[in-house]
Design a protein around this ligand. Sequence first.
Ligand code: 16G
Length: 236
Amino acid sequence: MFPGSKHEWLGAELRKQIEPLDAHTPLSTERELAVRYQVSRATVRTALRGLEAAGIVYRVQGAGTFVSDSTVSKTLTLTSFSEDMRRRASRPDSRVVVAGEVPAGSVIGGELRLSVDDPVVRLVRLRLADDEPMCLETSYLPAVLVPGLLGEDLSSSLYEKLDTLGIRPVRAEQVVTAVTTEDTEAGLLVVPPGAPALRVQRIGLDHRDQPVERTTSLYRADRYDLKFGVRREPLI
Ligand code: 16G
């Protein structure tokens, strides 16, 4: 028995049906879905509204409901991977590939404003959405800020863990680069070696403008894009 309401059950069923479909494939009509799943049309409508709000389908007045493009659009607000996935009604998860403490070195030390010998926590995680690899993420955090972090379960949200330590990135400097995946990266992301990817390097800063993380996120280019508004400068 499904624990939630009927429309939640139907929403979950429809999501499974939609998953293998190409973007823009039309869904059956509300009436057909009601008959097939033995529910009322109101239930179908509520379930479809939920899927629409989650960005899984879109509706065109008079034409019906269609499968949305499965590309995740990353907007320019400072969010975590877990927040991005939940917003799309996907279940975030991580597989920890590496977790340990290393000396900062000159590059990471420079970016986190630490000395070369200062310890940093290095965390490499494969980020999953509904068990599917989306992104490979390497984070460096000043060890002094995150005592005990390495003893915790690191497969859930890093930002939520930082929050409990009173650390909150409020702004970030980011650089986006188009790259191709190397063999190990491709293996983890389950894409062919050399497949295109978007590399986003983030330096997250707290309210005092102190760097608290330096993370490189390697997103599968077939699942991610970046979405941002632009504005024309007013004519003077
Ligand atoms: C995002 C951030 C990354 C951060 C991670 C935390 C970008 C480009 N990067 O992937 O810097 O470490 O979220 O996610 O958005 P979590 O809280 O789910 O572990």
